[in-house]
Design a protein around this ligand. Sequence first.
Ligand SMILES: Nc1ncnc2c1ncn2[C@@H]1O[C@H](COP(=O)(O)OP(=O)(O)OP(=O)(O)O)[C@@H](O)[C@H]1O
Length: 349
Amino acid sequence: MTPPPTASVTPAATGPVPPARPGTPLIRAEKLRVEYRGRSGGRVRALRDIDLEIVEGETLGLVGESGCGKSTLGRALLRVVEPVSGTVDFLGLNITGLSGPRLRRTRADLQMIFQDPFGSLNPRRRIADIVAEPLLRARGASRAEAEPVVRELLERVGLGADAGRRKPHEFSGGQRQRIGIARALASSPRFVVADEAVSALDVSIQAQVLNLLTDMVRERGLTMLFISHDLGVVRHIADRVAVMYLGQIIEIASRDDFFAGPAHPYSAALLSSVPSLRAGGRRERQLLEGELPDPANPPDGCLFQTRCPFAQDECRTRMPEPREIAPGRTVRCHLPLVPSAPPGNREKG
Ligand SMILES: Nc1ncnc2c1ncn2[C@@H]1O[C@H](COP(=O)(O)OP(=O)(O)OP(=O)(O)O)[C@@H](O)[C@H]1O
């Protein structure tokens, strides 16, 4: 296999980035809180003290209804959105306090693929300049260094090296998303957030772009947070799945455990809304009752209790803490649908 193109670049001001070590923590969020001013004047807690670890080489799928905080989490991990409190560590370095050139150089390792290729590509610029930008700006590469990297990337994403001379309007939606992928990978990042990266595309094009993305992520050993409302796509691409509800991660599990039988009633309702994904033994559709609460005015106790068919008194008064019910499987629910593994099994890991 040809190694991925890399420019000869200046090392990050944070020091040379250590080599990839699959399975070790790459990104860690601790008590990450982000708030916005709500329409009614109240505070919307978009992220409620999120604790999350993403290990090197994995793809974590992030799902949940619109407005639950998925994009905010992706952006906060990349330091595009500033947290009110909490920290983000990248390879053990707290990047929450970085600014200026140190932040800029760290950003070379942390890139984003956007949902809307139209919105994220400047219509007046040539594709070669758009793709080269992260390499020039964040890695400090020269134009001469960037040129072969960009040509190789444009070929790799299936557009041909000459695509660099053209402008975004000359390409279809799927092609523009390929340009978005090339741009995100130009600076040889270690971590990529793909935020609804294929949602705006036709289904047939979605599959092609998704395959390209997964191939490139695998080839380069990248770590990815894959945000999507489409559970079918997440099952295809993710190693683990995290589910968000009103700014909290309410379940996190391996892809296989999750799709075999989700542990949180909210996850179960999300899954049961997709006929082809209904988990074994729970064939009936479990409708989500009621409206998503106003995030500026959330309920007491468990945030999901107003819509949960299994809610008991305790759920209405006490917020459940995250609980590890099996190795690598955490749920924030007083009454999870999947019983805790007996201690013997848990130790086997
Ligand atoms: N710039 C902003 N100003 C005010 N409120 C915001 C802002 N961005 C997001 N929010 C609010 O924060 C909450 C989380 O939004 P976010 O976009 O992160 O959710 P999401 O799960 O990604 O939704 P979607 O799937 O619709 O993109 C929502 O209540 C949203 O209205």
